[in-house]
Design a protein around this ligand. Structure first.
Ligand SMILES: *[C@@H]1O[C@H](CO)[C@@H](O)[C@H](O)[C@H]1NC(C)=O
Ligand SMILES: *[C@@H]1O[C@H](CO)[C@@H](O)[C@H](O)[C@H]1NC(C)=O
Ligand SMILES: *[C@@H]1O[C@H](CO)[C@@H](O)[C@H](O)[C@H]1NC(C)=O
Ligand SMILES: *[C@@H]1O[C@H](CO)[C@@H](O)[C@H](O)[C@H]1NC(C)=O
Ligand SMILES: *[C@@H]1O[C@H](CO)[C@@H](O)[C@H](O)[C@H]1NC(C)=O
Ligand SMILES: *[C@@H]1O[C@H](CO)[C@@H](O)[C@H](O)[C@H]1NC(C)=O
Ligand SMILES: *[C@@H]1O[C@H](CO)[C@@H](O)[C@H](O)[C@H]1NC(C)=O
Ligand SMILES: *[C@@H]1O[C@H](CO)[C@@H](O)[C@H](O)[C@H]1NC(C)=O
Ligand SMILES: *[C@@H]1O[C@H](CO)[C@@H](O)[C@H](O)[C@H]1NC(C)=O
Ligand SMILES: *[C@@H]1O[C@H](CO)[C@@H](O)[C@H](O)[C@H]1NC(C)=O
Ligand SMILES: *[C@@H]1O[C@H](CO)[C@@H](O)[C@H](O)[C@H]1NC(C)=O
Ligand SMILES: CC(=O)N[C@H]1CO[C@H](CO)[C@@H](O)[C@@H]1O
Length: 673
């Protein structure tokens, strides 16, 4: 339909000069006849365009959307297909070719565009359908009765157009179904055919004006399946360029901001190998910690893993070390963080050490070519989509690799996503509901990476396509217990348990908010010992009414040298312990405890000097403290067990078994009292 519009646009009717050719039509005759049908504000139609004078046919599926200021065409002609998207908001046209490339054109500088537009208060707007098709009262339609087209009874109108500059005369016939005719869509008076016939002077490139030779045109447009219904289906796909980069496109929405901390569960789909992997990622830029849980599926990776078992890798940039752990079987290896790690990058100033990427960099948002390409429904979630083509993105200088990837992000589009977490505790006649509402907007839902890469110029090009689906995303604080590394410090010489007493005045407050208390303990012990809080694990306390005992374990610094920019000097264990003891004895080991604001205010608790005990393991200490003759209270061990599991991370199966047995032993005793 493009040719006719081009012609129509440049041949507005004006009866003047030499006048129209009477053998084609007479512009003076007007008899509007019955009321002219109105074209709806949105519609789609399939058009078969027969360009008679040039002997070819073109098929087009047209989408018209006045309210959303856009249009789209899918056309098939001369054996090739293309998809055009017209965005009048930015006056851009995107042409998507069958070979998967997309071209951006500026409508304000191109001579013709299919739907045509006008300016409204400084903004471009697609024209009304009647104007585009040159049909309606404005065009002085003449009614010419009813006839049959393709077996359909139709009303026939025509208009006559003339342009003096080109000395052109065109007759445009329009056929609409007669009122009451049962159309397929149920819509009344829909267009069935348009036909244009006429002639004009050809263009003279020398004079940029009309030449003295005529050319005739004759086009027949058959409209099929005209309707404006969308039903339950979302037609946005027709107006989308999803998955394609259209170079030069205007970015209409900046990429989301990224948090300093986040947690996400990731489903990684390898489209080429047809495999699916699952991972959990914990990212904390403030604490310079990263953890990833994964499960290698191939024995090939033996060189960097323990085989096909569940792994947990903690990357501590404060020491430059990676703690790679598996729990079943138990295994740990400590080594410098590799620059191949997801969140690691070779430092550009230093050129050898790694540093931790910001989440902004991790998401590739330092790539300024990301452009917004509209909304899309992913996993039933409405998402905003950004895309970029990244050629040799972030490759180290002098790398022989070459990469070319399409990087496409989907973020939830709703301005705020309410994720409601609810826990229900119920025991017999007692029910409590606690809920915590968290507002998170622009949550990452999916990342798609598709492209090719080569190891070097001589190697063959490899194709890759990955989809990363992100679940349970949480940009809230990342608690340190998630980065527990105590598993790597099994050797008694690598750790030092400390136990100390505190004034029992806040027992109730501590008991009611023990995890917040544990964070305070971890922090205070680390400060007092002069080490990073990561080196303080297995925090616990005695939830009894008597004296309040608190314990923690100080970890040694492994005998492995890290290699990161953020590295800080690491104190040896004995020096850390000595410093800690000094602080306790000097009455300056102060725990800042910030309970839940609804429970109480921030308090400062000082360890009682002279109470520091050590050189015992946790269980010996507990059993000595909780002899049946002592002030044993049911619940003690259960409380410790839970606290240890939570704050100390996953403790080994042996310890779990111990606690389980210990508790069983105590149950009869507890009930007897
Ligand atoms: C004839 O068409 C030209 C564009 O090709 C246009 O600029 C001109 O205004 C038209 N003349 C009349 C009288 O409408
Ligand atoms: C324009 O068309 C009219 C009528 O068809 C004809 O008489 C006239 O000579 C034409 N003028 C030119 C410049 O071709
Ligand atoms: C179109 O086809 C007809 C009949 O086959 C032929 O006479 C005419 O020259 C063709 N026109 C063009 C422009 O190819
Ligand atoms: C139609 O396609 C053929 C073969 O692909 C090409 O040679 C020809 O130039 C095309 N014609 C037009 C008008 O695009
Ligand atoms: C894809 O097709 C279009 C139109 O045929 C062409 O202009 C473009 O160069 C092609 N691109 C590639 C990468 O083949
Ligand atoms: C399109 O061209 C016009 C005129 O040259 C210019 O003002 C406008 O910024 C261009 N638009 C885009 C999207 O490049
Ligand atoms: C319609 O007819 C009126 C009156 O003859 C005329 O003034 C007007 O320019 C015509 N409009 C078009 C689009 O031809
Ligand atoms: C995918 O399969 C290819 C060929 O079998 C293999 O070389 C490659 O390592 C696999 N990729 C992943 C991520 O498993
Ligand atoms: C991995 O290696 C172990 C022992 O070397 C073997 O039992 C197992 O079948 C291997 N698994 C795969 C997937 O090759
Ligand atoms: C721990 O991993 C190493 C290296 O993969 C392996 O040689 C060793 O057997 C593993 N130890 C256990 C207990 O599985
Ligand atoms: C709760 O306890 C009350 C009084 O003891 C009793 O009447 C009621 O049936 C109990 N409700 C449930 C759900 O057990
Ligand atoms: C002016 C005009 O086009 N009149 C036509 C109206 O329709 C009848 C029948 O289809 C034709 O014979 C006329 O020529």
């Amino acid at each position: 339909m493009k040719p006719v519009l081009a012609l129509l646009v440049c041949s507005l009717v004006a009866v003047s000069g030499q006048g129209p050719d009477p053998s084609i039509c007479d512009p003076k005759s007007t008899n509007p006849g019955p009321p002219l049908p109105e074209l709806p504000p949105t519609f789609q139609v399939i058009v078969e365009a027969n360009i008679v004078e040039k002997n070819y046919t073109m098929d087009q599926r047209e989408f018209y959307d006045y309210p959303n200021n856009r249009g789209a065409l899918m056309s098939y002609g001369n054996g090739t297909r293309k998809h055009e998207v017209y965005d009048y908001g930015t006056l851009e046209k995107f042409t998507i070719f069958d070979n998967g490339t997309c071209k951006t054109s500026n409508m304000s500088t191109s001579r013709f565009n299919f739907f045509s537009y006008h300016m409204e208060h400084g903004h471009a707007h697609i024209n009304k359908a009647g104007f585009i098709l040159h049909f309606g009262a404005d065009f002085n339609e003449t009614y010419n009765g009813t006839t049959m087209i393709r077996g359909i009874p139709v009303n026939h109108w025509y208009s006559c157009m003339h342009n003096a500059t080109w000395n052109s005369t065109y007759k445009l016939d329009f056929y609409f179904t007669v009122p009451g005719y049962r159309t397929a869509s149920g819509q009344d008076q829909i267009p069935v055919r348009a036909e244009i016939r006429g002639k004009r002077l050809t263009y003279n490139p020398q004079t940029h004006g009309p030449s003295d030779t005529y050319k005739s045109i004759h086009h027949i447009y058959d409209f099929q399946g005209f309707h404006s219904r969308t039903g339950h289906r979302d037609l946005s796909w027709a107006y989308q360029t999803e998955g394609l980069v259209c170079p030069g496109r205007v970015n209409t929405k900046p990429v989301p901001t990224t948090p300093q901390q986040f947690y996400a569960e990731v489903e990684m789909v390898n489209e080429k190998n047809q495999t699916v992997h699952y991972m959990k990622e914990y990212f904390d830029y403030n604490a310079k910690l990263f953890r990833i849980d994964f499960h290698p599926t191939s024995n090939k990776s033996k060189s960097w893993s323990f085989g096909t078992v569940q792994h947990q890798a903690v990357h501590d940039y404060n020491s430059g070390l990676e703690y790679l752990m598996s729990y079943n079987p138990e295994n740990c290896s400590i080594r410098p963080i590799s620059n191949f790690s997801l969140e690691a990058a070779i430092d550009s100033n230093d050129h050898t050490k790694v540093h931790m990427k910001t989440s902004y960099k991790l998401f590739h948002f330092d790539d300024k070519d990301f452009t917004y390409e509209g909304v899309s429904r992913v996993r039933d979630i409405m998402t905003d989509v950004w895309v970029s083509r990244e050629v040799n993105y972030d490759l180290p200088a002098n790398s022989k690799y070459s990469t070319d990837f399409l990087y496409q992000w989907y973020f939830s589009a709703v301005s705020t996503t309410h994720l409601l977490y609810q826990w229900y505790f119920s025991a017999d006649n007692w029910t409590t509901t606690t809920s915590q509402t968290m507002n998170q907007s622009q949550v990452p839902v999916r990342l798609r990476m598709k492209g090719s890469w080569k190891k070097n110029d001589a190697s063959t090009q490899k194709e890759s396509e990955f989809v990363f689906n992100m679940f349970n995303y949480d940009s809230g604080p990342q608690y340190l217990y998630r980065f527990d590394i105590s598993m790597c410090f099994k050797d008694p010489s690598m750790k030092e348990a400390v136990f100390f007493q505190m004034p029992g005045v806040y027992n109730n407050l501590v008991q009611g908010d023990k995890y917040r208390f544990y964070y305070g303990v971890q922090d205070a012990v680390a400060k007092a010992a002069g080490v990073h809080p990561l080196r303080v694990t297995s925090v616990w306390h005695t939830p009894t009414n008597g004296s309040l005992w608190v314990g923690a374990t100080l970890l040694a610094h492994p005998d492995v040298k890290g290699d990161s920019v953020e590295m800080t000097p690491q104190k040896p264990l004995d020096a850390a312990f000595k410093d800690f003891k000094k602080r306790v004895d000097a009455n300056t080991m102060v725990i800042k405890f910030t309970p839940n604001p609804s429970r109480g205010q921030e308090v400062y608790l000082t360890a009682l000097p002279g109470t520091l005990e050590t050189n015992k393991d946790f269980f010996t200490f507990i059993s000595e403290r909780n002899q049946p003759s002592n002030t044993y209270q049911p619940g003690t061990v259960a409380g410790i067990a839970l606290g240890t599991v939570l704050l100390g991370g996953v403790i080994g199966a042996g310890v779990g078994w111990f606690l389980w047995r210990y508790r069983l032993q105590d149950v009869p005793y507890g009930t007897q009292t």
